[in-house]
Design a protein around this ligand. Sequence first.
Ligand code: HEC
Length: 172
Amino acid sequence: MSNDPIPSESRRLLRGPLLLGLTLLSASALFTSAAVRAADHSTAFDTNCSMCHQLGAAGVPGQFPRLAGRAGKIAAAAAGRNYLERVVLFGMIGGITVDGTSIVGGVMPSFASLSDQDLADALNYIVSLDNSGKLRWKGGVFKPADIAGARGGKPLSPSQVHQLRTPAVGTL
Ligand code: HEC
């Protein structure tokens, strides 16, 4: 007892800060995931889009295009951003090929009933995903005002949106 390098009294004193440290650590982990969740804009996508495009926008080959890892590349050019805004506002009909597999007879519904904020959130979410659906947040690409601008422009039919696709998407 007497040759114990750490007397029991000091050991008791040490335990306090250690437990406090662990508590703070787990509390900060909780805060971090809550903050990431709030900033990742996934709610609008999860609520309106994931039933077809799947969680993390992984897609279903031959039925619903994978958006993860593709939307960010499409949005790199202005034509691509214009296209993405119009796909969600006006919908799209017409065959497309994604990941080497054709989607025939697929219908992307119009989401004009959603707010500019929700559509900007859904688009910002998909452009921030890497190929495996992990969030690689780069900040907001789409502002609600961009959606409002597209909404106030020339209305397109779903097949007219399809005509915008090849120049905007190419083989992505
Ligand atoms: C009812 C199923 C369904 C829902 C819900 C849906 N989509 Fe789609 N989406 C599709 C289909 C099918 C296509 C392909 C349409 C085609 O082949 O012309 C598509 C195409 C797209 C494309 C174009 C992809 C490309 O390769 O050009 C984007 C972007 C997109 N959807 C985003 C969204 C977003 C964002 C939402 C939610 C606001 C959403 N979709 C909701 C079925 C859906």
